[in-house]
Design a protein around this ligand. Structure first.
Ligand SMILES: O=C(O)CCC(=O)C(=O)O
Length: 273
């Protein structure tokens, strides 16, 4: 498919000081209008098509576990579709990620579509970096809805300041992590924040250690979201100290081992000064 002119997503989107301060203090922030409606219109069909082409679990919602009910999760769509590749390789987005973290370059960890179905369940509380064998705190996810997300559709809720504590000791995403972190949030009197309602093309950014989850989708509309995960250029592979990290190193880091540079064939440099 050929894309209309003006949809290259390589221009500069200025990141205000407030967003940078917010990100560093709270571990999350929002940039409204990072992509325009016409840009979203140009990319949504390809992202949606690729998402369903490699979708894993096709069982009805009622037969899935809590994690399976949370969303349809399809990863590294850029490797199967050239249009999606242009979206994921957008210098506009990668530069924002670098500016928020305060680093001079970012590499791709992986992309993932997260489509919360009508009636889809909550996304249990979790910390992403439990899964990521990256020896840095400079990891960040851009979470961009491709459709408008009213408050009852299940937008991400972030636990402010939780990124500063590193690994909070929870387990992999699921019922146990939901229980564990619900208790921790109450005990520590953490503040949570959601940016709902969101428009298509708005984007939140959260750090790899920021605790987050999302409510269920109580509407009849699919919550189509695309995410891109970046890490600072120069990062080395960290400890492969749980099966998820072993798995991730194999899938996303070209089987690099602890101490080696995280610069596998699936980790292109997407922006540098
Ligand atoms: O989209 C969701 O419901 C959760 C998003 C999430 O966990 C993430 O982007 O890391």
């Amino acid at each position: 498919m050929s894309l209309a002119a003006g949809t290259a997503l390589h221009d500069v989107h200025e990141v205000g000081r407030d967003a940078i301060d917010d990100y560093r203090t709270k571990g999350h922030t929002v940039l409204r209008g990072l992509a325009s409606q016409s840009e979203i219109d140009a990319y949504l069909p390809a992202i949606s098509d690729a998402t369903f082409r490699i979708r894993g679990d096709e069982r009805p919602l009622a037969e899935r576990d809590t994690y399976g009910k949370a969303f349809i999760q399809s990863m590294n769509l850029w490797t199967i579709d050239d249009t999606v590749r242009r979206f994921v390789f957008a210098r506009r987005f990668a530069r924002v990620a670098a500016e928020l973290m305060g680093v001079s370059g970012v590499r791709l960890y992986h992309d993932q579509a997260l489509f919360k179905e009508p009636g889809g369940g909550l996304t249990p509380w979790h910390q992403d970096q439990v899964y990521w064998p990256l020896d840095t705190d400079n990891t960040i996810t851009m979470w961009m809805p491709l459709v408008d997300v009213p408050s009852d559709v299940g937008s991400v809720e972030f636990v402010s300041g939780s990124h500063r504590s590193g690994d909070l000791g929870g387990t992999a995403i699921g019922d146990d992590s939901q229980r564990f972190f619900n208790r921790l949030i109450a005990e520590q009197r953490y503040t949570t924040q959601s940016y709902a309602p969101m428009r298509a093309g708005d984007a939140t950014f959260h750090s790899g250690w920021t605790l987050h989850g999302a409510p269920a989708n109580e509407t009849q509309t699919m919550r189509c979201v695309m995410t891109i995960i970046y890490f600072a250029d120069g990062t080395r592979v960290g400890a492969l100290d749980n099966p998820m990290r072993e798995d991730d190193a194999r899938q996303w880091l070209g089987s690099r081992r602890t101490g080696e540079l995280a610069d596998g064939p699936l980790n292109p440099l997407l922006w540098s000064v």
